[in-house]
Design a binder for this molecule. Sequence first.
Ligand SMILES: Nc1ncnc2c1ncn2[C@@H]1O[C@H](COP(=O)(O)OP(=O)(O)OP(=O)(O)O)[C@@H](O)[C@H]1O
Length: 257
Amino acid sequence: MTALISASGLSVAMGARRVLSGVNFSIDPGEIVTVVGPNGSGKSTFLRALIGALPATSGHVTRKADLRLGYVPQSLFVDPSLPITVARFLDLPRRQSAQAKQRVLLEAGVEGLEKRQLADLSGGQKQRVLLARALLGDPELLLLDEPTQGLDQPGSAAFYRQIETLRDQKGCAILMVSHELHVVMSASDRVICINGHICCEGHPEVVAQADAYRALFGSGTRGALALYRHEHSHHHHHDHDHDHDHDHENGQEKEAV
Ligand SMILES: Nc1ncnc2c1ncn2[C@@H]1O[C@H](COP(=O)(O)OP(=O)(O)OP(=O)(O)O)[C@@H](O)[C@H]1O
Protein backbone atom coordinates (compact mmCIF):
# COMPACT_ATOMS: atom_id res chain seq x y z
CA MET A 1 0.00 0.00 0.00
CA THR A 2 1.32 3.42 -0.89
CA ALA A 3 1.37 5.86 2.01
CA LEU A 4 -0.54 9.12 1.58
CA ILE A 5 2.13 11.04 3.46
CA SER A 6 5.38 9.87 4.94
CA ALA A 7 8.08 11.65 6.87
CA SER A 8 11.56 10.46 7.49
CA GLY A 9 13.93 11.99 10.02
CA LEU A 10 11.74 15.08 10.02
CA SER A 11 13.03 17.96 12.13
CA VAL A 12 11.53 21.43 12.29
CA ALA A 13 12.97 24.50 13.98
CA MET A 14 11.22 27.73 14.86
CA GLY A 15 13.94 30.34 14.94
CA ALA A 16 16.75 28.89 17.03
CA ARG A 17 14.43 26.43 18.72
CA ARG A 18 14.08 22.88 17.49
CA VAL A 19 10.43 21.97 17.86
CA LEU A 20 10.47 18.52 16.25
CA SER A 21 13.35 16.10 15.95
CA GLY A 22 13.85 12.98 13.92
CA VAL A 23 10.22 12.09 13.32
CA ASN A 24 9.48 9.05 11.20
CA PHE A 25 5.84 8.71 10.25
CA SER A 26 3.51 7.51 7.57
CA ILE A 27 -0.22 7.25 7.12
CA ASP A 28 -1.90 4.79 4.76
CA PRO A 29 -5.24 5.16 2.97
CA GLY A 30 -8.16 4.62 5.34
CA GLU A 31 -6.14 4.78 8.55
CA ILE A 32 -7.25 6.79 11.58
CA VAL A 33 -4.23 8.19 13.38
CA THR A 34 -4.47 10.42 16.43
CA VAL A 35 -1.64 12.64 17.60
CA VAL A 36 -1.50 13.36 21.32
CA GLY A 37 1.02 15.32 23.35
CA PRO A 38 1.23 18.07 25.97
CA ASN A 39 0.71 21.73 25.11
CA GLY A 40 3.52 23.09 23.00
CA SER A 41 4.87 19.63 22.21
CA GLY A 42 4.83 20.22 18.45
CA LYS A 43 1.55 18.63 17.34
CA SER A 44 0.38 21.52 15.15
CA THR A 45 3.91 21.98 13.84
CA PHE A 46 3.91 18.31 12.89
CA LEU A 47 0.63 18.62 10.95
CA ARG A 48 1.83 21.79 9.22
CA ALA A 49 5.14 20.22 8.24
CA LEU A 50 3.34 17.17 6.87
CA ILE A 51 1.17 19.24 4.55
CA GLY A 52 4.11 21.36 3.46
CA ALA A 53 2.99 24.56 5.19
CA LEU A 54 6.27 24.56 7.15
CA PRO A 55 9.67 23.58 5.78
CA ALA A 56 11.65 20.70 7.27
CA THR A 57 15.00 21.82 8.65
CA SER A 58 16.24 18.29 8.09
CA GLY A 59 14.79 15.01 6.92
CA HIS A 60 12.03 14.97 4.37
CA VAL A 61 8.32 14.60 3.82
CA THR A 62 6.81 12.78 0.86
CA ARG A 63 3.21 13.22 -0.20
CA LYS A 64 1.30 11.14 -2.70
CA ALA A 65 1.05 13.03 -5.99
CA ASP A 66 -2.10 15.21 -6.16
CA LEU A 67 -3.12 14.19 -2.66
CA ARG A 68 -6.64 15.47 -1.91
CA LEU A 69 -6.60 17.00 1.56
CA GLY A 70 -9.48 18.22 3.70
CA TYR A 71 -8.82 20.36 6.77
CA VAL A 72 -11.09 20.87 9.78
CA PRO A 73 -9.98 23.71 12.07
CA GLN A 74 -10.47 23.85 15.84
CA SER A 75 -13.55 26.00 15.73
CA LEU A 76 -15.33 28.61 13.75
CA PHE A 77 -16.09 32.02 15.13
CA VAL A 78 -19.25 33.43 13.60
CA ASP A 79 -20.04 37.07 14.14
CA PRO A 80 -23.80 37.11 14.86
CA SER A 81 -24.10 40.55 13.22
CA LEU A 82 -22.99 39.08 9.89
CA PRO A 83 -25.75 36.72 8.88
CA ILE A 84 -24.74 33.83 6.65
CA THR A 85 -26.56 30.60 5.98
CA VAL A 86 -24.91 27.21 6.00
CA ALA A 87 -25.43 26.93 2.24
CA ARG A 88 -23.70 30.27 1.60
CA PHE A 89 -20.85 29.30 3.89
CA LEU A 90 -20.30 26.09 1.90
CA ASP A 91 -20.13 28.23 -1.25
CA LEU A 92 -16.99 29.97 0.07
CA PRO A 93 -14.57 30.26 -1.55
CA ARG A 94 -16.09 28.39 -4.50
CA ARG A 95 -19.70 27.98 -5.47
CA GLN A 96 -20.94 24.41 -5.02
CA SER A 97 -23.93 22.63 -6.50
CA ALA A 98 -26.98 22.08 -4.29
CA GLN A 99 -26.41 18.32 -4.60
CA ALA A 100 -22.79 18.61 -3.44
CA LYS A 101 -23.86 20.63 -0.40
CA GLN A 102 -26.64 18.19 0.40
CA ARG A 103 -24.24 15.24 0.10
CA VAL A 104 -21.53 16.63 2.41
CA LEU A 105 -24.04 17.76 5.04
CA LEU A 106 -25.48 14.26 5.03
CA GLU A 107 -22.02 12.71 5.29
CA ALA A 108 -21.16 15.02 8.18
CA GLY A 109 -24.35 14.08 10.02
CA VAL A 110 -26.15 17.44 9.65
CA GLU A 111 -28.41 16.96 6.67
CA GLY A 112 -30.98 19.61 5.91
CA LEU A 113 -29.22 22.53 7.62
CA GLU A 114 -28.68 24.49 4.38
CA LYS A 115 -31.03 27.37 5.18
CA ARG A 116 -30.07 27.75 8.84
CA GLN A 117 -28.03 30.70 10.06
CA LEU A 118 -24.51 29.65 10.96
CA ALA A 119 -24.59 31.80 14.10
CA ASP A 120 -27.67 29.94 15.38
CA LEU A 121 -26.12 26.46 15.26
CA SER A 122 -24.92 24.57 18.31
CA GLY A 123 -21.18 24.00 18.75
CA GLY A 124 -21.52 20.39 17.60
CA GLN A 125 -23.49 21.40 14.51
CA LYS A 126 -20.91 24.05 13.62
CA GLN A 127 -18.10 21.52 13.86
CA ARG A 128 -20.03 19.23 11.54
CA VAL A 129 -20.56 22.05 9.06
CA LEU A 130 -16.78 22.59 9.09
CA LEU A 131 -16.39 18.88 8.52
CA ALA A 132 -18.90 19.04 5.66
CA ARG A 133 -16.90 21.85 4.07
CA ALA A 134 -13.73 19.76 4.31
CA LEU A 135 -15.55 16.92 2.54
CA LEU A 136 -16.45 19.00 -0.53
CA GLY A 137 -13.16 18.15 -2.24
CA ASP A 138 -13.68 14.40 -1.66
CA PRO A 139 -10.48 14.19 0.42
CA GLU A 140 -8.29 11.12 0.64
CA LEU A 141 -6.94 12.49 3.89
CA LEU A 142 -8.79 14.55 6.46
CA LEU A 143 -6.71 16.59 8.88
CA LEU A 144 -8.35 17.70 12.07
CA ASP A 145 -6.61 19.94 14.61
CA GLU A 146 -8.45 19.57 17.91
CA PRO A 147 -11.80 19.49 16.17
CA THR A 148 -13.98 19.22 19.26
CA GLN A 149 -12.76 22.13 21.30
CA GLY A 150 -15.69 23.60 23.20
CA LEU A 151 -17.86 20.48 22.90
CA ASP A 152 -18.80 18.52 25.98
CA GLN A 153 -17.69 14.92 26.30
CA PRO A 154 -20.80 13.29 24.80
CA GLY A 155 -20.63 15.85 21.99
CA SER A 156 -16.98 15.01 21.36
CA ALA A 157 -17.64 11.28 21.46
CA ALA A 158 -20.47 11.70 18.94
CA PHE A 159 -18.19 13.75 16.68
CA TYR A 160 -15.49 11.07 16.75
CA ARG A 161 -18.07 8.38 15.98
CA GLN A 162 -19.07 10.45 12.95
CA ILE A 163 -15.43 10.51 11.86
CA GLU A 164 -15.21 6.75 12.20
CA THR A 165 -18.38 6.27 10.17
CA LEU A 166 -17.00 8.55 7.48
CA ARG A 167 -13.81 6.55 7.23
CA ASP A 168 -15.83 3.34 7.03
CA GLN A 169 -18.11 4.72 4.31
CA LYS A 170 -15.65 6.75 2.24
CA GLY A 171 -12.35 5.11 3.03
CA CYS A 172 -10.63 8.43 3.66
CA ALA A 173 -7.70 8.46 6.06
CA ILE A 174 -7.94 10.64 9.17
CA LEU A 175 -5.10 12.38 10.95
CA MET A 176 -6.14 14.34 13.98
CA VAL A 177 -4.73 16.09 16.97
CA SER A 178 -6.65 15.73 20.17
CA HIS A 179 -6.29 16.44 23.84
CA GLU A 180 -9.21 14.20 24.67
CA LEU A 181 -7.21 11.04 24.80
CA HIS A 182 -9.78 8.99 26.59
CA VAL A 183 -12.55 9.93 24.16
CA VAL A 184 -10.62 9.71 20.95
CA MET A 185 -8.38 6.74 21.44
CA SER A 186 -10.94 4.06 20.82
CA ALA A 187 -11.73 5.61 17.46
CA SER A 188 -8.09 5.42 16.38
CA ASP A 189 -6.20 2.65 14.67
CA ARG A 190 -2.96 4.17 15.85
CA VAL A 191 -1.96 6.79 18.36
CA ILE A 192 1.23 8.83 18.15
CA CYS A 193 2.45 10.50 21.28
CA ILE A 194 4.63 13.51 20.52
CA ASN A 195 6.81 15.56 22.81
CA GLY A 196 9.32 17.16 20.45
CA HIS A 197 9.90 13.68 19.08
CA ILE A 198 7.72 10.57 18.92
CA CYS A 199 7.73 9.20 22.47
CA CYS A 200 5.64 6.17 21.71
CA GLU A 201 3.18 5.02 19.13
CA GLY A 202 1.00 2.09 18.27
CA HIS A 203 -2.43 0.68 18.92
CA PRO A 204 -4.32 2.78 21.51
CA GLU A 205 -4.11 -0.04 24.05
CA VAL A 206 -0.35 -0.25 23.68
CA VAL A 207 0.18 3.50 23.92
CA ALA A 208 -2.08 3.84 26.96
CA GLN A 209 0.19 1.41 28.76
CA ALA A 210 3.51 2.74 27.48
CA ASP A 211 5.78 4.25 30.12
CA ALA A 212 6.48 7.37 28.04
CA TYR A 213 2.78 8.01 27.64
CA ARG A 214 2.07 7.48 31.31
CA ALA A 215 4.92 9.75 32.25
CA LEU A 216 3.31 12.53 30.18
CA PHE A 217 -0.34 11.93 30.94
CA GLY A 218 -0.48 9.73 34.02
CA SER A 219 -2.33 6.46 34.06
CA GLY A 220 -5.79 7.85 34.79
CA THR A 221 -7.04 7.59 31.24
CA ARG A 222 -7.33 3.82 31.29
CA GLY A 223 -10.52 3.97 33.28
CA ALA A 224 -12.07 6.58 31.01
CA LEU A 225 -11.02 4.57 27.99
CA ALA A 226 -12.89 1.60 29.39
CA LEU A 227 -15.91 3.81 30.02
CA TYR A 228 -16.00 4.97 26.44
CA ARG A 229 -15.72 1.41 25.20
CA HIS A 230 -18.58 0.47 27.42
CA GLU A 231 -20.75 3.12 25.76
CA HIS A 232 -19.90 1.50 22.46
CA SER A 233 -20.51 -1.99 23.83
CA HIS A 234 -17.08 -3.07 22.68
CA HIS A 235 -15.72 -6.12 24.37
CA HIS A 236 -12.00 -6.44 24.68
CA HIS A 237 -9.84 -9.32 25.64
CA HIS A 238 -6.12 -9.08 25.78
CA ASP A 239 -5.64 -12.08 23.53
CA HIS A 240 -7.84 -10.36 20.86
CA ASP A 241 -9.42 -13.68 19.95
CA HIS A 242 -12.95 -12.89 20.91
CA ASP A 243 -13.44 -9.21 20.39
CA HIS A 244 -15.25 -8.96 17.11
CA ASP A 245 -18.54 -7.32 17.74
CA HIS A 246 -17.00 -4.28 15.98
CA ASP A 247 -14.51 -5.03 13.28
CA HIS A 248 -12.85 -1.61 13.20
CA GLU A 249 -11.08 -2.52 16.40
CA ASN A 250 -8.89 -5.14 14.82
CA GLY A 251 -6.04 -2.87 13.72
CA GLN A 252 -2.61 -4.39 13.92
CA GLU A 253 -0.59 -3.81 17.02
CA LYS A 254 2.79 -2.21 17.01
CA GLU A 255 5.06 -2.42 19.96
CA ALA A 256 5.53 0.84 21.79
CA VAL A 257 8.99 2.26 21.29
N1 LIG B 1 5.58 30.72 14.59
C1 LIG B 1 6.27 30.30 15.66
N2 LIG B 1 7.38 30.96 16.05
C2 LIG B 1 8.09 30.57 17.12
N3 LIG B 1 7.77 29.49 17.86
C3 LIG B 1 6.68 28.80 17.52
C4 LIG B 1 5.88 29.16 16.39
N4 LIG B 1 4.86 28.27 16.29
C5 LIG B 1 5.02 27.40 17.29
N5 LIG B 1 6.12 27.71 18.02
C6 LIG B 1 6.62 26.98 19.20
O1 LIG B 1 6.80 25.63 18.82
C7 LIG B 1 6.41 24.77 19.89
C8 LIG B 1 5.39 23.76 19.37
O2 LIG B 1 4.18 24.42 19.01
P1 LIG B 1 2.94 23.66 18.45
O3 LIG B 1 1.90 24.67 18.18
O4 LIG B 1 3.36 22.76 17.36
O5 LIG B 1 2.55 22.77 19.70
P2 LIG B 1 1.20 21.97 20.00
O6 LIG B 1 1.65 20.65 20.49
O7 LIG B 1 0.34 22.00 18.80
O8 LIG B 1 0.61 22.84 21.16
P3 LIG B 1 -0.91 23.01 21.69
O9 LIG B 1 -1.33 21.68 22.20
O10 LIG B 1 -0.74 24.02 22.78
O11 LIG B 1 -1.71 23.51 20.53
C9 LIG B 1 5.87 25.66 20.98
O12 LIG B 1 6.88 25.83 21.96
C10 LIG B 1 5.60 26.97 20.29
O13 LIG B 1 5.79 28.04 21.18
